[in-house]
Design a protein around this ligand. Structure first.
Ligand code: GLA
Length: 418
């Protein structure tokens, strides 16, 4: 990294540093040392946006941004759980609840919290609830949560929290046999039931199943995963946080999902994955413009993602391939902005500014939308000038400092040895 890159690239704590700060927080708060630890990454989606709940293809990778949880079984052997965090998004940093245990039996129920100041705990509560439906805990536990995944940035801070929590419970109980797909589905259910967000399966699959140095191609219909290498050594994906926060639970996500389901049901199919562009266009008179636009985005985005996967699978490191991937990313952004309507002015500006810079093949908003991050495909040689231009242009226009992260693909959730 040169001097300029060091200046503006976000200095994110390493995994080791996060584990260390988790251990320190735990020891100072609970007065004894933790016995186990887990980590789970955030993700960036390269293409395939708002198609996971339409059974399409998605192409995320795990980012070097982590949620780490350290913990131990309760020293008093009670069925009480004590959770402590230093998450900036948590207004109240502590939460306590009870779990069914071998001793207390299954009559203890776990409920979501309605308190705004402790809403962050719902991802934990929901995940523990899913875990104890199938597995037994000896007693309650103490744990501390630390994270470098920005909350509300579109990089899956919630899925990384769920995946890290599930993995901590595996470490506590010594379970090694939980299937990763079952684990991802349990974490998704936690988000549906306790955070009240009707998310698809992409984020939890990415946080759990990704592999180092690979993109994850997930077929959301069959749940088949393929690990794809990004064979372009001269290029990289850069993620830029607009610092505009989204709120997925606010109904806009739910509304779009319902619109897609309405179109599929009207056409008599299980999901929009089953619909070709021709069929959608032939049936356009059955829908108002808004429903048609939403479905049009989904049908085209599934096709765009399949095209990117085809290019990556060919493993040809040509300029033409990069140009094609870049164009598909640009088209994806335009569609998310104009048809699916999940972008915002700040992210649109960042994307346009990036697209106009030398060495950039393509750029698009990533994640659920309504703020958050964009992802840019760029030659490594142009990163410095891109950072300089974007920082200047964006901060002048919005009085906000963009945050830059290099997206080097990491592996999914794991137990950390203390
Ligand atoms: C959020 C959801 C995912 C997915 C994306 C949009 O991140 O959690 O399931 O729908 O939005 O692609």
């Amino acid at each position: 990294m040169n001097f300029l890159e060091l200046m503006v690239m976000e200095v994110v704590p390493s995994l080791e540093e996060l584990v260390e700060s988790g251990k320190n927080l735990f020891t100072s708060h609970f007065g004894h040392a933790p016995s186990v630890a887990s980590c789970a990454p955030g993700r960036v989606n390269i293409i395939g946006e708002h198609v996971d709940y339409n059974n399409g293809y998605v192409l995320p990778m795990a980012m070097p941004l982590w949620t780490v949880i350290v913990g131990s079984y309760s020293q008093t052997k009670s069925n009480k759980c004590r959770v402590r965090t230093d998450l900036a998004s948590a207004q109240c940093k502590s939460y306590e609840f009870e779990v069914p245990t071998v001793e207390s039996g299954s009559s203890v129920n776990i409920h979501p919290t309605e308190e705004k100041s402790t809403k962050w705990a719902n991802y934990i509560l929901g995940t523990v609830n899913e875990f104890v439906k199938v597995h037994s805990l000896q007693s309650g536990f103490d744990c501390c949560v630390v994270s470098s995944v920005p909350a509300g940035g579109g990089l899956s801070s919630s899925a990384s929290l769920e995946a890290a929590m599930f993995t901590l419970l595996e470490a506590l109980t010594g379970l090694t046999t939980v299937d990763k797909v079952e684990k991802a589905l349990a974490c998704q259910k936690a988000e549906h039931d306790f955070a009240n967000v009707p998310c698809g399966i992409m984020d939890q699959f990415a946080s759990i199943l990704c592999q180092e140095n690979h993109l994850l191609m997930l077929d959301c219909k069959t749940r088949e995963v393929t690990h794809l290498q990004f064979a372009f050594p001269e290029s990289a994906f850069l993620v830029i946080n607009s610092r505009v926060k989204h709120e997925l639970g606010d109904g806009a996500y739910r509304k779009r999902r319902a619109m897609c389901e309405h179109v599929a049901a009207t056409l008599g199919v299980e999901s929009l994955r089953e619909i070709s562009l021709d069929i959608l266009k032939t049936n356009q008179p059955q829908f108002d413009q808004d429903h048609f636009n939403k479905a049009l985005h989904v049908v085209n985005e599934i096709d765009r993602t399949a095209q990117v996967v085809k290019i990556l699978s060919a493993n040809e490191s040509s300029e033409e391939s990069l140009n094609s991937i870049g164009q598909l990313m640009n088209q994806s952004h335009a569609s998310l902005r104009d048809l699916y309507e999940v972008s915002c002015n700040e992210v649109d500006s960042l994307v346009e500014m990036a697209q106009s810079c030398a060495g950039v093949y393509g750029a698009r908003i990533t994640g659920g939308g309504f703020g958050g991050c964009c992802v840019v495909l760029v030659t490594k040689a142009s990163i410095s000038s891109l950072l300089e231009t974007l920082q200047k242009m964006y901060s002048e226009k919005y009085d906000l400092e963009p945050i830059f992260y290099m997206a080097t693909p990491q592996s999914g959730a794991s137990i950390v040895q203390l």
